[in-house]
Design a protein around this ligand. Structure first.
Ligand SMILES: [Zn+2]
Length: 458
């Protein structure tokens, strides 16, 4: 297959395009692809072996202006070229993030110490037959697989849970501001050393926060300010000084509050916070580490986006472990996957220390006040299956083929989302994965005939 890929000048300086070109050059040196005569933004190359996900990303990242040889490719690729840049960039980002999640979870299938994480997306659910790939509108997903529901230790479940939790907070905040309410948020942390075990630090965080909630002065100030409730998000980062856990409170007030009001609450809360730490024999956290500020007005949207990005579910970025700054636990996992034994040890401590912990807590009554639906558990969110049997697009009779290359699981979803069964079939072929079309004319309770199932599942 020979394809001419033309980068438009305005795409050429994007980081993705630079990476793609560097990647192609490297592959060319390794004689895996041949580069044809090129100008600054054009590459004409021939695949030597099977498709690589990255090659597909190259096609997708570039505006494809000409495709030689097969008419099929023109048909497949044209819809991409018709999308706007913004849409395309957005979808690419999402597809890339999904690949990362699947790659990391694939690593955990063998390296996690949590049995449910090792089984997540790998083993079939108890009552399921063949794994089905479903598509409902622009959403895609698998049916028939086990899920672990871990908001802390599974990149795939965490992403699902995180998007639901973020939407919840946004729904709450839009109802709250519509009523004329105001808000404040901040960060409370504790002094820790490199050897402080994560478990201890997290326990202390919970104890200190409870002390703040129960403190008489805090309660009085809150009630004077028309305090409605608080959402508590726990974020833990990792750096040279070990684990760095902190709480991000989001306070809601009935009416407007002033900076002075918030300052008063800050003093009351941090005083109670430090006292609790001292009682338990922890070093007093410096006041510098504690923050609380009013949010609202024009910057509300930005502030809020900032706040919910603290919800550590999402792999917003995976920084290098040794970059000098603190990193999130996904970065540790990524370093572990690349063979860093220290990072793997830290990841195991993370799994142990975060297990069963709540990442977000809403104060009682807050959801009812704004008539939000009852909160779904992490398991419920992660285990929710898209659509019904009627939405099955394809079956994957041998899931073991996906287990062998976890990223393929993400690629099949993206292919189905972009181009339905036809594109799915192409991508599955490239990965060497068998897919079967679901019968579009069958009644909704249609299943593979028993004998076929027996053969397929053998
Ligand atoms: Zn999971």
């Amino acid at each position: 297959m020979s394809l001419l890929v033309t980068y438009r000048p305005e795409d050429a300086y994007t980081r993705a395009a630079r990476r793609d070109r560097a990647w192609l050059a490297q592959r060319a040196r390794a004689k895996e692809v041949q580069l044809g005569p090129v100008d600054a933004f054009t590459r004409d190359f021939v695949r030597a072996d099977r498709h690589d996900t990255h090659v597909r990303r190259v096609f997708e990242a570039a505006k494809i202006q000409a495709v030689q040889n097969t008419a099929d490719n023109v048909a497949t690729l044209r819809p991409l070229a018709e999308q706007s840049d913004v849409e395309m960039a957005d979808q690419l980002r999402q597809a890339g993030a999904r690949q990362r999640r699947w790659r990391l979870r694939g690593f955990l299938w063998s390296e996690s110490r949590l049995p449910r994480v090792r089984a997540c997306g790998r083993h079939r659910a108890a009552d399921a037959g063949v794994v089905a790939l479903r598509r409902v509108g622009d959403s895609v997903g698998y049916a028939g697989l086990q899920t672990c529901g871990s908001p802390h230790s599974c990149p795939v479940c965490a992403s699902k849970i995180g998007s639901v939790r973020r939407e919840d907070i946004l729904a709450l905040m839009s109802a709250h501001t519509a009523e004329g309410g105001s808000a404040a948020f901040g960060a409370y942390t504790l002094a820790h050393t490199r050897t402080t075990p994560l478990n201890d630090a997290w326990d202390m965080l919970s104890v200190a926060w409870r002390a703040v909630q129960q403190n008489g002065t805090v309660r009085r100030v809150r009630s004077r300010l028309g305090h409605i409730g608080v959402i508590r998000v726990v974020e833990v980062t990792y750096g040279r000084h070990g684990w760095h856990p902190h709480i991000h409170p989001l306070h809601l007030f009935e009416g407007k509050v002033s900076d002075r009001d918030v300052r008063e609450l800050y003093v009351a809360e941090t005083t109670a916070w430090s006292a609790a730490l001292k009682r338990k024999g922890w070093r007093d956290a410096s006041l510098k580490g504690q923050r609380l500020r009013r949010v609202g007005g024009r910057s509300m949207g930005v502030d809020l986006a900032n706040y919910i990005s603290k919800v550590g579910y999402e792999m917003t970025h995976v920084a290098g472990k040794n970059s000098g700054k603190t990193v999130n636990h996904w970065s540790l996992l990524d370093a572990a996957r690349r063979g860093d034994a220290d990072a793997l040890a830290a990841w195991h401590e993370w799994e142990e220390g975060s297990r069963g912990r709540r990442a977000i807590t809403w104060s009682v009554g807050l959801r009812d006040r704004y008539a939000l639906a009852p909160e779904l558990s992490d398991d419920q969110v992660a285990g929710a299956v898209l659509g019904s049997d009627a939405d099955d697009l394809a079956y994957i009779p041998d899931w073991g083929q996906v287990i062998a290359s976890p990223v393929a699981g993400a690629d099949l979803l993206e292919a189905a989302r972009q181009g339905g069964y036809e594109r799915l079939q192409q991508v599955a072929d490239a990965w060497g994965i068998t897919v079967l079309p679901a019968n579009p004319y069958a009644p909704t309770d249609w299943k593979l005939p028993k004998r076929a199932r027996a053969v397929l599942l053998a």
